[in-house]
Design a protein around this ligand. Structure first.
Ligand code: 5GP
Ligand code: ZN
Length: 114
């Protein structure tokens, strides 16, 4: 998926502040942060949205949440709380068609989201 900006970040073809990576996942700082901590956690495999998840992807999807929780612990935002968000589709605010989990924290969160 050469046209995908997140695939390019995962391949280090375009720069990003990568905070974690392994064989299957990458986590990097959002370029337009909406909170003091705003990190995106992605599978390396190009999945456009949750509807594309296959049975073989189940472990890596679980990893995304484990990594988010680990980063939240490392950044001491676990106690104050943090939010994990997956926007799906344009109407919900998805602008990049590569599945990603937003980790947002370090400030008060309101509900419902906008
Ligand atoms: P979405 O709107 O699809 O849920 O989230 C996409 C996120 O990707 C946005 O928060 C946006 O700021 C971030 N983003 C878009 N392009 C880039 C980029 O080139 N580098 C980084 N680090 N973040 C990006
Ligand atoms: Zn991609």
């Amino acid at each position: 998926m050469v046209e995908c900006i997140f695939c390019k970040i995962a391949d280090r073809e375009i720069p990003a502040e990568i905070v974690y990576e392994d064989e299957e996942t990458v986590a990097f700082v959002d370029a337009n942060p909406q909170a003091p901590t705003h990190i995106l956690i992605i599978p390396r495999r190009h999945l456009p949205n949750p509807g594309a998840i296959q049975d073989a992807d189940r472990a890596v999807i679980g990893r995304l949440f484990q990594i988010a929780a680990q980063i939240a612990r490392d950044r001491a935002i676990q106690e104050s709380g943090y939010r994990l968000v997956v926007n799906v589709g344009r109407g919900a605010g998805q602008t990049v068609e590569h599945l990603h989990v937003h980790l947002l924290g370090g400030r008060e969160m309101t509900w419902p989201p906008g």
